[in-house]
Design a protein around this ligand. Structure first.
Ligand code: FE2
Length: 278
C-alpha cells in the first residue's frame, strides 16, 4: 500500500501523512457514536486528563479505564464554582481506552484491512492494538499535550509502538494541531511510565532535552487524513484557544514479535487478549 518513497520518508522523518484515508461517511459515523457515549456519560466520579503532572493526576478512574470505555474532562472544563463552564459535550478531553475492542462502531472503524497493510509496510509484522482514544481538543479549553514519546507508555523490546492518528476534523495551527520533530525518532527514549498495581511513576531515562518550535514542524492536515508515527518521535500539541474543536481518533499498536513490558500501564490477559486490527 505504501510506496517505497513513503516508506523512506517514514524511516527518515519518523512519520507519514496519508491524506483522504477515511471517508467523510466513516467520520460522521464515528463522531456520532462518540457524541452518544458522551451523552450517556454520568460525570459523577469522573476524572480529568492532564499530561503535565501525570503522576499526580493519575487516579483510580484513569487506571480502571485501561480495558474499558471512560470519558475524561478537560482540565479547564470547570469554573471557580466547580461547575462546568460549557456544555458537557464541549467539556470532554477524551474517551479511552478500549473502544476498539468493546464498542461495535469503533471496532468497525478500526477493523480496516488497509491498516494491516500500512502497519506491515511500517515494520509491524504482527500488529497488536493496545489502546484507542477519541480526542476532542475542545474549542477554547482543549488542553496542551506536553512534549512526549508514545513509547514512554508502550514499552517493548525492541521499540515497536507505532501511533495511528486519524484526523476527524481539519487540524490547524489555530485549533492545536500536533507538532513533531522530523527525525527525532532516532534519539533516545527519554521517559518510561511504569505501573505497579495501582501505583504509577514516570522514570527518567535520558537528559536529552525536548525539541522546541525551532526544529519542530506543525502537522496540519485535513479531516480524513491518517498520520502514522514512530513510538520514539517527540511530539506535542498546543492548547486550543480557537472556536473550533479538533477531533481525532488514535490507536497505539505494537509488534507481537517484540517483548511487551509487564510494567506498561495497559495489560491484557487470556480473558481479554490483545488483538490485531481485524
Ligand atoms: Fe502522543
Amino acid at each position: 500500500m505504501l510506496t517505497d518513497a513513503q516508506k523512506q520518508h517514514y524511516q527518515r522523518d519518523g512519520y507519514i501523512v496519508l491524506p483522504d484515508f477515511k471517508s467523510a461517511a466513516d467520520i460522521v459515523t464515528l463522531r456520532a457514536r462518540a457524541g452518544q457515549i458522551v451523552n450517556e456519560f454520568d460525570p459523577k466520579g469522573a476524572g480529568i486528563f492532564s499530561t503535565v503532572e501525570q503522576e499526580k493526576t493519575t487516579d483510580d478512574y484513569f487506571l480502571r479505564s485501561d480495558n474499558t470505555v471512560r470519558c475524561f474532562f478537560e482540565e479547564e472544563a470547570f469554573g471557580p464554582d466547580g461547575g462546568l463552564k460549557q456544555d458537557k459535550s464541549l467539556s470532554i478531553n477524551k474517551i479511552g481506552h478500549a473502544m476498539h475492542d468493546l464498542d461495535p462502531v469503533f471496532r468497525a472503524f478500526t477493523a480496516d484491512p488497509r491498516l494491516v497493510t500500512v502497519a506491515r509496510d511500517l515494520g509491524l509484522a504482527d500488529a497488536k492494538v493496545w489502546q484507542s482514544m477519541y480526542i476532542f481538543k475542545q474549542p477554547g479549553i482543549g488542553g496542551e499535550v506536553r512534549w512526549h514519546q508514545d513509547a514512554t507508555y508502550f514499552d517493548t523490546d525492541p521499540v515497536s509502538v507505532t501511533t495511528f492518528w486519524f484526523a476527524l476534523e481539519d487540524a490547524t495551527l489555530e485549533n492545536g494541531c500536533m507538532w513533531a520533530e522530523p527525525g527525532g525518532h532516532r534519539g533516545p527514549m527519554r521517559e518510561r511510565f511504569l505501573r505497579t498495581g495501582d501505583h504509577v511513576r514516570m522514570e527518567k531515562l535520558s537528559d536529552m532535552p525536548w525539541p522546541d518550535d525551532s526544529t519542530a514542524v506543525p502537522l496540519e492536515c485535513k479531516a480524513g487524513s491518517l498520520v502514522c508515527f514512530h513510538g520514539l518521535l517527540p511530539h506535542y500539541s498546543a492548547p486550543n484557544r480557537s472556536a473550533f474543536s479538533r477531533h481525532a481518533y488514535t490507536l497505539h499498536v505494537t509488534d507481537g514479535a517484540t517483548d511487551y513490558s509487564p510494567l506498561n500501564w495497559i495489560q491484557r490477559d487470556a480473558s481479554f487478549p490483545v488483538r490485531g486490527f481485524l
